[in-house]
Design a protein around this ligand. Structure first.
Ligand code: IMP
Ligand code: MG
Length: 180
């Protein structure tokens, strides 16, 4: 696909290689116990699919819908659950799987919500982290890549629901995107 508004930041091969490493590390860190991997819809569905297949142990998967963003590029600051889990978390090792941590508003909220369901432990795995943008504290145990403060799309990440199915993670060039 040639789109002049897109510049590749992390090519597909690098994403896949890093996910393999993360999968192996997480498998080592959770040698036993009931591991629930919860992807935040919709962006993290791609990461969850590849990460779980890079793992060397059984996992449960589930999905949660959270909305904290409007249609644009910045957070509304409001968070709500739009789809809840199917499986109980009581006594489970929970790993939240997220595409990107930006302000931290979504994950900070979600950690509090899920903590009340009495899991044995909760950690976060995020493919991307933009630490410069943080407004609320979030501890991310597994990070794929730290990236600068740029708006990215692809590999699950969207702009107005577009670009999720790109293999690479790309920067959406501001000026050109605004003009289109
Ligand atoms: P936070 O609550 O500000 O940390 O926002 C996290 C959510 O915002 C992510 O799950 C994404 O859906 C979205 N988001 C943040 N930064 C980007 C980006 O650069 N591209 C696409 N979506 C983003
Ligand atoms: Mg998201």
């Amino acid at each position: 696909m040639t789109d002049p508004t897109l510049r590749v930041l992390i090519p597909s091969e690098k994403i896949q290689a890093r996910i393999k490493e993360l999968g192996e590390q997480i498998s080592r860190d959770y040698p036993s116990g009931r591991l629930h991997m919860i992807a935040i819809l919709k962006g993290a569905a791609f990461f969850l699919a590849d990460l779980t297949r890079a793992m060397k142990r059984d996992v449960f998967i589930d999905f949660m819908g959270i909305s904290s963003y409007g249609k644009g590029k910045s957070s509304s600051g409001e968070v709500k659950v739009t789809k809840d889990l199917d499986i109980s978390l009581e006594g489970a090792e929970v790993l939240i799987v997220e595409d990107i941590v930006d302000s931290g508003i979504t994950l900070n909220y979600l950690m509090h919500v899920l903590d009340q369901r009495r899991p044995h432990s909760i950690r976060i795995a995020a493919l991307l982290d933009k630490p410069e943008r943080r407004l609320r504290p979030v501890h991310v145990s597994y990070v794929g890549f730290q990236i600068p403060d740029q708006f990215v799309v692809g590999y699950g990440l969207d702009f107005d629901e577009k670009y999720r199915n790109l293999d690479d993670i790309c920067v959406l060039e501001e000026a050109k995107a605004a003009a289109s």
